[in-house]
Design a protein around this ligand. Structure first.
Ligand SMILES: [Zn+2]
Length: 273
């Protein structure tokens, strides 16, 4: 496998161009994006970066390089590179050729495939690749195998295993009812914190509101009871005053009655004496 010799050189070239060419295994070891893919087609060297700002819609540049350690390329090689287009926005065929023939360039251009000439100390792009539009959902699924996860809230990609924090990168998974078995939606650490903070604040505000409502209800009930008590007080006070007046008048009447009786008796006694 002499092709392997070229892999690190191509990776270095891509990294200089801003592409990310490796992720991390669960144990924190480097996971090279080498010989990756979904299904039969394997991509020799893969680099990923964000496409230069495209308003609103997120876009990735995924570049796949098919490496052949041969001095002369064939149409079959070009087709093989072109088959990367289901996962790669740019597809290249790289070989340590002296030079690409006009026919090679024509065939490559027809297939939309770029050509890279490999030299011991140089990597030269001779023909640029067309821009392909692979399905982003498929790419996200593919990235999952590379331990790269996509957070649909902040729309960023994260390493599933952070080499600094091996067991847990703070993200979590939510099951999606419309997804097939095993398909979960990933939420990253930052979004988790933001969500839980917001949720805490929301719950606290709701609880405060409930307490306030309950307090107001109690106050209203108290005021009502007080009004009721006042009403009863007034009622009995009036009754009391009425009774008191009545009683006083009765006593006075009785007083008068017995006083006059007493006087009559005295007068009668005087007559008898
Ligand atoms: Zn997020």
């Amino acid at each position: 496998m002499l092709e392997k010799y070229w892999y690190p050189k191509i990776q270095k070239y891509l990294e200089n161009e801003g592409y990310v060419c490796h992720g991390f295994y669960k144990n924190g070891k480097k996971l090279d994006f080498i010989d990756t893919g979904i299904g039969n087609a394997r991509i020799d060297v893969l680099g990923i970066k964000r496409a230069s700002l495209i308003a609103s819609n997120f876009q990735l540049e995924t570049i796949g390089v098919e490496v052949k350690h041969i001095g002369k390329i064939t149409i079959k090689n070009i087709r093989q590179a072109a088959s990367y287009a289901h996962l790669c926005t740019r597809c290249y065929l790289a070989a340590p050729v002296e030079r690409f023939s006009e026919n090679d360039k024509k065939n490559a251009a027809q297939a939309g495939v770029g050509l890279i000439r490999l030299k011991r100390k140089r990597v030269d792009v001779i023909v640029e690749s067309n821009k392909f539009q692979p399905d982003i959902d498929l790419i996200n699924q593919f990235l999952w195998f590379l331990n790269v996860v996509f957070c649909p809230i902040c729309r960023t990609y994260k390493h599933r295993y952070d080499p600094k924090e091996l067991k847990y990168n703070g993200g979590s998974w939510r099951n999606d009812i419309f997804s097939k078995k095993n398909k979960w939606i990933y939420i990253c650490n930052e979004c988790n914190i933001k969500l839980s903070k917001n949720t805490r604040q929301y719950l606290m505000a709701r609880e405060l509101e409930q307490i306030r409502n309950r307090f107001e209800g109690i106050e209203q009930k108290l005021a009502k009871t007080k009004r009721h008590v006042d009403k009863i007080d007034n009622y009995y006070y009036h009754k009391y005053l009425k009774l008191k007046g009545k009683g006083e008048r009765s006593i006075k009447r009785l007083d008068n009655y017995y006083y006059s009786k007493h006087a009559n008796l005295n007068r009668a006694l005087k007559k008898i004496k």
